[in-house]
Unconditional design. Structure first.
Length: 256
């Protein structure tokens, strides 16, 4: 565990001594803040129109009208931002030639992979924690449904952790950070849209495509439902990606 914490500490220092983390966090918060404000403004407009209507609007719910779209928008930002956080994790080591030094240290591949992964997840958690101000504002001025808020954040955390695990794998395959980011984004986008073609395929193939879709498994979280099959999907996605990353490092050792 000592080696694991050493890797985490080193990587966290690398993030916050360079502009990468700051730029990603600021852009992420600016975009999420804009869509939160837009959601609140639209909800207020619809509420005012409903008050003037003799029929009203009994189905108006701030969690459904503001939080759920916000979680959906944040998940899209993550699709764009996570490859920027993961692209340097191994690519930078390869380009700088320090990965050979890393192999000479008395540290296991698993400790290296998990340490780099945990540091990136740590940055991502900081990003999510900064957005807690949005449900807190809703709670202060309205009635917040705690269940959908908790499940939505759990879904975002699992999805973001899966994005990071896959990005870490692609970073271990190349020494070019831009290539790693582009491939990671392309792969994540494929998993994002793969369920859209399920209606065009046979029932068995369509069901498989739906099960592979990252977006399909997030949808229940955004509705306030925590289903074990969705949690297991993300955990399996993370474990498989980390396993492939370790195999990639092992192949590097064999090739010298």
């Amino acid at each position: 565990m000592k080696n694991f914490y050493a890797v985490v500490k080193k990587e966290m220092r690398s993030y916050f001594t360079s502009p990468i983390a700051y730029v990603v966090i600021v852009i992420f918060l600016v975009l999420s803040g804009f869509f939160f404000y837009s959601g609140i403004a639209y909800f207020n407009l619809v509420s005012l129109q409903a008050m003037r209507s003799p029929y009203g609007a009994p189905d108006l719910n701030i969690s459904e009208w503001v939080l759920r779209p916000l979680f959906g928008n944040i998940s899209i930002f993550m699709l764009l931002m996570m490859p920027l956080l993961t692209m340097r994790l191994f690519s930078e080591e390869k380009k700088g030639g320090t990965i050979e030094l890393l192999f000479t240290y008395p540290i296991k591949d698993m400790e290296t992979v998990l340490g780099k992964y945990a540091s990136c997840v740590g940055v991502f958690v900081i990003m999510l924690l900064a957005t807690l101000i949005y449900p807190l504002l809703i709670h202060k001025f309205s009635t917040l449904e705690l269940g959908p808020a908790i499940s939505g954040y759990l879904g975002l955390f699992l999805m973001g952790s899966a994005f990071i695990a896959l990005g870490l794998f692609f970073s271990s395959l190349t020494e070019n950070q831009i290539v790693a980011a582009v491939i990671s984004f392309g792969a994540l986008l494929l998993f994002w849209v793969i369920g859209w073609s399920s209606t065009l395929a046979s029932s068995k193939t369509g069901s498989l495509l739906t099960q592979l879709s990252i977006l399909e498994h997030f949808d229940e979280f955004s509705k306030g439902v925590i289903d074990t099959k969705d949690v297991i999907y993300y955990l399996n996605f993370i474990i498989l990606s980390l396993f492939l990353t370790m195999r990639s490092l092992e192949s590097k050792r064999w090739r010298g």
